[in-house]
Structure formats: C-alpha cells, structure tokens
Design a protein around this ligand. Structure first.
Ligand code: NIG
Ligand code: FE
Length: 412
C-alpha cells in the first residue's frame, strides 16, 4: 500500500526510541507533505512528496490530501469484557453518590461480577468483540484487557479465555491482565485471606498452565486490597512470570505506588491522588505512569496531576480504562482531548502518551506506537484537518477516517 500527498506523518520517533519521559513527551516529530510505503504489514519507507521516487510511481496509491497519518492509539488499560452496562448507577452518580457509596449500595464491581458469573463465554466474547471493533474504528490499534469481574476460579478463567479468543480473532496486539484482586467477593466478605489464598493457590497455577495472562493487577485501595495484600499477590504472580500493572491511588494515596514499584511494576495506573513522596518513588523506577482522564471525567473525581509527573521526568501514558462502572467509553480521541483540556498536557504530549508510551506500557513499543521503518503499519488516516492540535481541540468529534491494521484497511 502506498499513501501519497499526506499533509503530515505524525510520530516519527527513531525506531529504537521505546518510551518518552518528561520533556521528551513534548517532541512529536512530524514529516509534512509525505508519502508512506507499506509492505508485508510493515512500514517500509517514507519520504517527501517533492522527491517522490519514480521507482514506486507505478504502485496503486491512496491520496491523503489535507489529511494526517497517525500511529494507532495504544490503549494500555481496559476492562472491556463485561456482561452488562451499569447505567442504573448513572442516576445515583448524578444525585451525588460517590463511587464508594454506590459500591456499598450493591452497585460496583460486585454487581458486574454477579452478572458476569451468569453469562456464557460466547455471550461475553460477542459483547467484548463488538466493543473492541468500535474502539478499532475510533483509532485504537493495540489494547490491554483485564479480568476482574469473575472473582471465582471458574469465572476469572472464563474472562481470560474470552480475552485469549479476542487475541486470536483480532489482528491487533491484545495483552491480558489477571485482576482477580479487583474486589473481595461476597462469599469471602469475612475471610479476605481466604480469597487471596484462592487467587494464589488455585487461580494462578491454572492461569499459568494455560498461559492465559501477561500481567497481574491489584486494585490497591482503602476498602479493596491493602498494601500488604497487594505485595503478597504481586509476589505470587511474579513466581509465575506475571509482571505487575497496578490500580494505584485512584481514590486515596494508599502506598500502592510504592508497593508496585518495589515489585517492578510495568505501570502504575490512575494516580488521581498523589503526593511528593509518590513522585520521588517513581523517579527511582522505569514504571510508566498511566493516567485515565475519562475515569475522572465520569466519576467526578480529581484529574491526575500530569504536569508534575512530566516535570519530574517520568514517562506518562494515557489510556481509557473502558469499563461499565467508572468509564463507559473506549474512545482514545476523547482521552487525548481530556489529556489536553483537563490534565493540561500539550497536544504533542498527549498524543505521544496515547501512542508510544501506551505501547511501552504494554511492552510492545519495539513494533507499535510510532511511525518508523520496520514497525507495524497500524495507523489511522484522519479526515482533512488544519493542524495536529485540531484533533484534541475538537473534542467529541471523531476525526479518524480510515483505519489501517497490518498494512490493510480495516473493515471488520
Ligand atoms: O479502573 N478501580 C477499579 N476498577 C475500575 C472500575 C471498576 C468498576 O467500577 O466496575 C477502574 O476504574
Ligand atoms: Fe481500571
């Protein structure tokens, strides 16, 4: 495939640039008036239209006049396998009930778990596949998906098998994260250690045997899993080769970042709550700070302090957190807009955070997340637009026009 007359090729980082930290986030290399050649699903070459090589002039081409070509969004934090939406909680939120109050009133994660336990693997696959398809059409070309609405041996495995099926049916990279430590199920209400033992002694060996997960996650938060419990679970996961990605500091500064970093977490996600000590801890590690502004937007909780993380020279990624309770949206375009509007990131920073750093948070940035020769041709072509900043500026509008996965136009 040959694309000509591209207004701007966006995100041309050198191939060996695998993550962007601090001030590097502000650098989004763009090649104007470009052509791009894709071969065997990979980016083969690109250059200036003013010196278009005659050797490829005979190839059929697509003209992208007035349009930009972006690397696909890399959404490194989602919970898209769920049985039912939770809009009954919507009215409660509008009345001013907090996330914790809704959970205490029978909503929340346990409500989703009850419904998921009753759903079949096929039903869960179909609904998650429909969500994923919609995300792909909005520009996402790599995704991480968590379990965590099963909360029993059988249902956690069921969720992870659904994720495995998504991995094999979709032509984008899918990373699976084991999040049984999402909430204590009702049956273990008075026996928390019993549930942790179940995770460690029953779920983990089965998951490892079937190779169902790439990462392990814990919702480390007051009322959910303590720092000590998180440490125990992450260590058990590590024994099976699962690296941590941790739900940290969503509702309070809980010590989650520290325990995650101590266990070599690939990423710490959320961090709506934060203090100077958290930043000092993060400075000692390579852990990626994944911010989820759609979650803040929907729950009405504080927006993360992206500027402080960037100022501290940390690698910041942006992701959706798509789930039925705190973020019923998988639209990365909106996340990038919120990154700019609410986290006060510049468009260049937000776009880098949603592409290369999102890929880094899934450990796939060698092949995804930027435009470089030899990288995967997972891209999108925008509608005609005046500038790159126009994409986050025109929030709520989807400017993704054509999606290309592995060098082919997506029409799944
Ligand atoms: O990332 N915080 C924990 N998990 C999800 C919400 C899950 C739910 O409410 O169903 C989150 O926001
Ligand atoms: Fe989440």
């Amino acid at each position: 495939m040959l694309i000509k007359n591209i207004k701007g090729l966006v995100g041309l980082h050198p191939k060996n640039k695998l993550v962007l930290s601090g001030s590097e986030l502000g650098n989004l290399p763009v090649f104007e008036n470009a052509w791009l050649l894709i071969e065997d699903g990979l980016i083969k070459d690109f250059g200036d239209m003013d010196s278009f090589p005659s050797s490829i002039a005979h190839l059929p081409s697509y003209s992208a006049e007035g349009r930009y070509v972006f690397p696909s969004w890399c959404d490194s934090h989602t919970h898209i396998v769920f049985a039912a939406s939770r809009e009954e909680e919507f009215a409660m939120k509008i009345q001013g009930k907090s996330y914790e109050e809704i959970a205490a009133a029978g909503g929340g994660i346990l409500n989703s778990a009850e419904k998921l336990q009753k759903a079949s693997e096929d039903e869960l696959y179909e609904s998650a596949a429909a969500r994923l398809k919609q995300m792909i059409y909005s520009g996402t070309g790599a995704v991480e998906i968590k379990s965590g609405y099963g909360l029993t041996v059988e249902s956690e495995i069921k969720m992870l098998r659904v994720i495995r099926r998504l991995k094999s049916e979709f032509s984008i990279p899918v990373k699976a994260t084991f999040l049984a430590a999402h909430a204590f199920p009702t049956a273990f209400k008075n026996n928390h250690q019993g549930y942790i033992d179940l995770i460690i002694n029953e779920m983990l060996p089965l998951i490892a045997a079937e190779k169902l997960a790439d990462y392990i996650d814990v919702f480390c938060e007051k009322g959910f899993f303590s720092v000590e419990q998180t440490d125990q679970i992450l260590k058990a996961g590590a024994a099976y080769g699962l690296k941590p990605k941790v739900h940290a500091n969503q509702l309070s500064v809980s010590g989650a970042v520290e325990v995650a970093v101590k266990n070599n977490a690939v990423s710490v996600d959320h961090l709506e709550e934060n203090n100077a000590a958290t930043i000092e801890t993060l400075k000692t590690a390579d852990t990626i700070v994944t911010l989820l502004p759609s979650c803040s937007f929907y729950l009405g909780i504080p927006f993360a302090d992206a500027k402080s993380f960037i100022k501290a020279d940390l690698p910041v990624a942006l992701a959706t957190d798509y789930n039925p309770g705190s973020t019923p949206s998988g639209n990365m375009n909106f996340v990038v807009s919120l990154g700019c509007i609410k986290l006060k990131m510049f468009p260049e920073q937000a776009i880098n955070a949603a592409t290369l750093n999102g890929a880094a948070a899934m450990e796939i940035s060698e092949s995804y997340g930027s435009i470089a020769m030899g990288k995967k041709a997972n891209l999108f072509i925008t509608k005609p637009m005046p500038s790159i900043a126009y994409l986050p500026y025109s929030f709520g509008e989807t400017l993704v026009d054509t999606v290309i996965l592995n060098g082919e136009i997506y029409n799944g």
